[in-house]
Design a protein around this ligand. Structure first.
Ligand SMILES: NC(=O)c1ccc[n+]([C@@H]2O[C@H](COP(=O)([O-])OP(=O)(O)OC[C@H]3O[C@@H](n4cnc5c(N)ncnc54)[C@H](O)[C@@H]3O)[C@@H](O)[C@H]2O)c1
Length: 353
């Protein structure tokens, strides 16, 4: 029996509901594959912020550092500004633990209609988003607040180390998948950082001769992702472009509730964090109807990262089987089932031929 220590941060709203669902499936997969999960359940959230003035305790990051991985639901509540929940929890975790890869796989599953008329199961792509630098930087400021001459400046930060490592990860992933990589750029309008990004893409491509690659300006890429999503395999993008692209691609797949993500430190030196792409969805929270697929698929990414690719593949196959069967499914997919019912069906489908 292999044991893993998992920090579990359910967060707010539907975060708590989908995390419970993910644990149901993880535990069932663990029983089948000889893996035990020990969860350290942490109440870090906007609810905690309202109670105690901080999203997490002062020694929060030290506590996480000792765990093998972090499973997160979602944070966000109407009473706490979104930048507080982001910069008070998620960004410190991503940056302290050098989770420089944000991995966002997207598939149109058989039996799940895409809002795009012609998009079917041939849509199977991964957005690799740079997760620690780029446009999401703290460098900048405001000047002459409230005056007619008021101005705001925010610097984008692209380092050779940061760009090279995300490109190397993306090229290696493309080599293991369909052998094609698309780089998102905007070097016609952004004249310093993006030409630097493009140069490094060319440099790193030379080190990955088995991968065919191209580059697209982000605006054209958004249009192509809607018009012909099946043409893409791996898309590598800066922090901002990757953030936008992956939500767009998740919508193409049918529901934001099904999109997973991994925040990875590929070196394994620090814990990686796994979370569905969606937020805390206050509009449906507390009703037990959130789609758990994004959280369960995130748990599968965690299994893969922890060295259990067979268990991970089995969870993904079980998701696929339940979705293809048409029921049970949650209201966002046109069904009437609850979160726990879908999770139990996925757990029950593990290992079915
Ligand atoms: N990583 C995170 O923790 C994260 C990510 C995004 C948003 N947020 C936060 O969540 C809060 C709400 O944000 P939002 O409304 O922009 O985005 P959201 O993803 O929470 O919800 C957008 C829409 O999608 C629906 N939806 C989302 N997940 C679903 C699921 N699993 N099943 C069924 N329907 C689902 C919601 O009902 C809502 O109509 C905000 O406070 C925001 O900051 C957190």
């Amino acid at each position: 029996m292999i044991a893993h220590d998992i920090a579990c941060i359910p967060g707010d709203g539907i975060g708590t509901e989908v995390t419970a669902a993910a644990r149901t499936v993880l535990d069932a997969a663990g029983r089948r594959h000889g893996i035990a999960f020990r969860y350290d359940e942490l109440d870090w959230s906007c609810a905690r912020h309202e109670r105690e003035g901080a999203m997490m305790p002062a020694d929060g990051l030290e506590r996480l550092a000792r765990r093998d991985a972090i499973l997160l639901g979602a944070v966000g509540a109407p009473g706490v500004a979104d930048h507080v929940s982001l910069w008070g929890l998620l960004i410190p975790i991503r940056r302290t633990f050098r989770q420089y890869v944000n991995l966002r796989p997207i598939r149109v599953f058989p039996g799940v209609p895409s809002p795009l008329r012609d998009a079917g199961p041939e849509v199977d792509l991964v957005v690799v988003r740079e997760n620690t630098e780029g446009e999401y930087s703290e460098i900048g400021g405001r000047f002459n607040r409230g005056e007619p001459g008021e101005l705001a400046v925010q610097e984008a930060v692209f380092t050779r180390t940061g760009v090279t490592r995300i490109l190397d990860y993306a090229f290696a992933l493309a080599a293991r998948r369909g052998g094609h990589l698309t780089s998102a750029t905007k070097s016609n309008g952004i004249v310093h950082t993006m030409p630097f990004w493009d140069e490094l893409v060319r440099e790193r491509a030379a080190a990955a001769p088995g991968v065919a690659w191209d580059q697209e300006h982000i605006d054209a890429l958004c249009a192509k992702l809607v018009l012909d999503p099946a043409r893409f395999d791996v898309i590598v993008a800066s922090n901002l472009f990757g953030d936008i692209l992956s939500d767009l691609a998740a919508a193409v797949a049918g529901s934001i509730g099904m999109a997973p993500s991994g925040n990875l430190d590929p070196t394994g030196e620090h814990p990686s964090m796994f979370e569905p792409v969606h937020g805390s969805a206050p509009d449906i929270a507390g009703r037990g109807i959130a789609n758990p697929v994004g959280a369960v698929w995130s748990a599968a990414l965690m299994l893969d990262h922890l060295g259990h690719p067979e268990a991970a593949a089995e969870v993904l196959a079980a998701i696929e089987r339940v979705l293809a069967a048409g029921a049970p499914r949650t209201p966002d997919l046109g069904g009437s089932a609850g979160t726990a019912e879908v999770a139990a069906a996925i757990a029950g489908a593990l290992g079915e031929a």
